[in-house]
Design a protein around this ligand. Structure first.
Ligand code: ATP
Length: 316
């Protein structure tokens, strides 16, 4: 399946108030087909409110939202048919078996009866729960419930997939499998929007990141651009065979610099910055000239983390 024409999600000027609280203040978002877009922002930024509006479960006060080209207000049924939704908390229906649970959703989405058993088995294989078919949902572990939630979201082969914190509760292997699954869905042309606080993980899954804060979009980047920005100032981690000498030399070298964060001691080294790549290379040369046995110099944190921190810094 190739990527369809147009955008998977197009939200323009979306506002939503809860009483006097403005949860969304004119938020814009586009999610193309064939890519994984990460939705990132501090607690209370409005991510879940936005996802609920996209999923047609909450109304916007103003603005327009299109899912697979369908306006959610004018054509909510078509929008729902096109989208799969995995909320951050698992719903009710605990008394059902895994099979009954998925059959219920397959039925709700109008999947032909004779197609259901094959589809349910394929989905359970996809999320590695094939041996749980007859088990009651309440007997699944938290991570298994998360995986069942992914299967549920995919029951009707949606073209747009929304996931709110999908990796919470997953063990390391399940996280890798979820990552691979989302990548392969995107490769099949699905528009995937995933909200998460685990930035390192998003960096491996996502093609794009949309940063939101205070109910607005405050940044939008292709992940490849973030990783390639050598001009960005970031903190750097230094390691040395002699951490004491490193600390002394750093204090000497950096005393004349302005705009730096305090140097932080780490086991076997220190963290200093923010520096550009060029500045870091100059500092390394100066430390070596001073006789410091440096064994490592690397950016602290990821490119996404740096962009995120810069955004929240602006907020203060
Ligand atoms: N049903 C509601 N009634 C009142 N206020 C709400 C409601 N839902 C959300 N809010 C408020 O709207 C704002 C945005 O909340 P939202 O849950 O969308 O943030 P979030 O970005 O998902 O946060 P987190 O990262 O903590 O999950 C918050 O200030 C929250 O308290």
């Amino acid at each position: 399946m190739g990527a369809p024409e147009g955008l998977g999600i197009e939200a323009r000027g979306v506002t939503r108030r809860f009483g006097t609280l403005h949860a969304l203040r004119g938020l814009d978002l586009t999610v193309p087909y064939g890519q994984v877009t990460a939705l990132v922002g501090p607690n209370g930024a409005g991510k879940t409110t936005l996802l609920l509006i996209l999923a047609t479960l909450l109304g916007a006060d103003e603005g327009t939202v299109r899912i697979a080209g369908h306006d959610v207000r004018a054509r909510p049924g078509e929008a729902r048919d096109a989208l799969g939704w995995m909320p951050d908390t698992f719903g009710v229906y605990d008394q059902l078996t895994v099979e009954e649970y998925l059959a219920f959703f397959a039925d709700a989405y109008g999947l032909p009866k004779d197609e259901r058993p094959r589809r349910i088995r394929a989905l359970l294989t996809l999320v590695h729960l094939e041996d749980r078919l007859g088990h009651p949902v309440h007997a699944l572990s938290r991570g298994q419930k998360q995986r069942l939630g992914v299967a549920r979201a995919l029951v009707h082969r949606p073209r747009v997939l929304l996931l709110d914190e999908p990796a919470s509760g997953l063990d390391p292997r399940s996280r890798v499998e979820l990552r691979d699954l989302l990548r392969s869905l995107a490769a099949d042309g699905v528009a995937v929007l995933v909200s998460s606080h685990i930035l390192s993980e998003l960096e491996e899954i996502a093609d794009r990141v949309v940063l939101v804060d205070h109910g607005r979009t405050v940044g939008e980047h292709a992940m490849a651009d973030l990783a390639g920005s050598s001009a960005a100032r970031v903190r750097w981690r230094l390691r040395s065979l002699d951490p004491g000498l490193l600390a002394e030399a750093l204090a000497g070298e950096l005393s004349a610099w302005s705009g730096l964060d305090p140097v932080r001691d780490l086991p076997g080294g220190a963290e200093a910055g923010p520096f550009t790549e060029t500045e870091a290379a100059g500092l390394l040369a100066a430390l070596v000239t001073r006789g410091v046995p440096v064994t490592g110099l690397a950016p602290a944190g990821s490119a996404l983390e740096t962009a995120y921190l810069a955004m929240t810094e602006n907020r203060r």
